[in-house]
Design a protein around this ligand. Structure first.
Ligand SMILES: Cc1cc2nc3c(=O)[nH]c(=O)nc-3n(C[C@H](O)[C@H](O)[C@H](O)COP(=O)(O)OP(=O)(O)OC[C@H]3O[C@@H](n4cnc5c(N)ncnc54)[C@H](O)[C@@H]3O)c2cc1C
Length: 403
């Protein structure tokens, strides 16, 4: 039986996160965006509310809620601003959920637990100056040396680079093996040889932190290798199944923010003797935002439902991410249009929404990459197989062994 309703617990989570965003983010966001300020106090408060590990089992320090609860949190956060949803995306979606899926018990105890509790922040380092969509061609090297690996290379466009305590870094043990040489490592910020620097001059997400991670002869214990040598590409792609889910959920919140701002303004602004909401072409833009919001949310919840079942969802998550991010960007552009010249200034938040929304159609698989993926699935050129380690289904088992 299909059930489209949220549980009582999810409704309470939604209400709590919405209130948090209204009181702790929205009143300050214009100023933080102007000052390019990422407020760590917000992250600390999110941790106190259990929102930095909402879908991580309680035994690993999380709130133990289902995967759609993570989507609810992301939708609400991005209603306030993309920066804080991005923080949860990389910390929980890309890093913690990957540790949950692929980590050893020791790695979960040492790294996942403090991350889920929110006392440590996690980030995800896949992209390099010469490798974005074509992640299989990354050049960061990992050389085995006794009980350690020595890592050299640089990562770029890494969200939370200046704040994260732990990085999931993808490096190759043998570039000639292409993606089959890629291996994943948990790298601590305080390891000698790790430096970070922020990227200046971004179009949007001014209230967020994005930067470079430079690795110079960084000695990483072999115990911090996630999965086997050569398994890193598979791990990175499975991490993206969860990261993209959070981006799609966030995009849904951004679309709702565009819709709410546009509806409010359409009632306030008058032209030709009537409020602009009475003009059919303005109604068309608002109708598209409403439809886009509903469609995006359905696609996100379907993807979360599949995660709860413990089955592969790469196809469905890619579709949700592609459609929801495209809808968010179009909605933000239309929200400016509804506001006329005022939308073109930062007197209203819609210009920030559009600058932020552009990132959504670029990161975690560009619009073009998801278009190609969907065509390949439809044409039968691509299919998903069960991985040797799957994300645990929800409700979580009490035992730590999900495999
Ligand atoms: C704000 C922000 C935060 C980010 N955070 C992170 C992070 O935390 N961790 C991380 O690892 N990365 C992060 N990224 C990087 C992001 O994932 C990459 O930018 C993205 O994967 C695209 O790679 P690229 O920028 O190198 O573009 P390219 O791969 O160089 O693509 C350039 C253009 O070519 C198109 N293109 C490429 N290949 C094809 C093809 N086969 N067919 C058709 N068109 C194609 C693309 O769609 C795009 O339009 C972030 C990026 C941004 C903007």
């Amino acid at each position: 039986m299909l059930d489209f309703s949220l549980s009582q617990e999810q409704l309470e989570l939604q209400k709590m996160t919405r209130k948090f965003v209204q009181t702790e983010i929205i009143p300050y966001m214009k100023e933080w965006d102007e000052q390019h300020h990422f407020e760590m106090g917000v992250v600390q408060k999110l941790a106190q509310l259990g929102l930095m590990g909402v879908c991580i089992p309680e035994k690993y320090g999380g709130a133990g809620m289902d995967y759609n609860s993570l989507a609810i949190v992301c939708e609400e956060l991005e209603y306030g601003d993309t920066a804080y949803r991005t923080a949860v995306s990389v910390h929980t979606g890309l890093n913690s959920m990957t540790l949950l899926q692929w980590g050893t018990e020791e790695q979960k105890e040492k790294y996942l637990k403090p991350q889920a509790e929110g006392s440590k922040l996690g980030a995800f380092g896949l992209t390099e100056p010469g490798a974005g969509s074509d992640a299989g061609s990354l050049q960061t090297r990992a050389r085995r040396d006794g009980d350690s690996y020595i890592l050299n290379g640089s990562k770029i466009w890494i969200s939370l680079s200046d704040y994260a305590d732990h990085f999931l870094i993808f490096a190759t043990v043998d570039p000639s093996k292409k993606h089959k040489g890629i291996t994943a490592f948990i790298v601590e910020r305080n390891y000698p040889g790790v430096t970070t620097r922020p990227i200046r001059g971004k179009l949007g997400i001014h209230g967020g932190n994005t930067g470079e991670v430079i690795l110079e002869d960084v000695r990483v214990p072999a115990a911090n290798r996630l999965g086997d040598e050569g398994e890193g590409f598979k791990i990175a792609m499975s991490a993206l199944d969860n990261g993209r889910f959070t981006v799609a959920a966030g995009a849904t919140g951004l679309t709702r923010a565009c819709l709410d701002a546009s509806v409010k303004y359409a009632h306030e602004r008058k032209t030709f003797g009537v409020e602009i909401g009475k003009h059919q072409l303005v109604q068309q833009m608002i109708a598209k935002m409403e439809a886009g919001y509903q469609i995006s949310q359905l696609l996100v919840f379907k993807s979360g439902w599949l995660k709860n079942q413990g089955v592969r969802n790469t196809r469905e998550t890619s579709l949700a991410k592609w459609i929801a991010s495209d809808v968010a960007f179009q909605s933000a552009s239309d929200a400016i249009q509804v506001h006329g010249a005022y939308g073109y200034s930062n007197e209203y938040p819609v210009e920030r929404y559009m600058r932020n929304a552009k990132a959504l159609v670029i990161y975690e698989g560009t619009r073009e990459i998801h278009t190609i993926m969907q065509a390949e699935y439809a044409l039968g050129y691509r299919e998903d197989k069960i991985l040797n380690r799957m994300l645990p289904p929800w409700p979580f088992a009490n035992s730590g062994d999900y495999l």
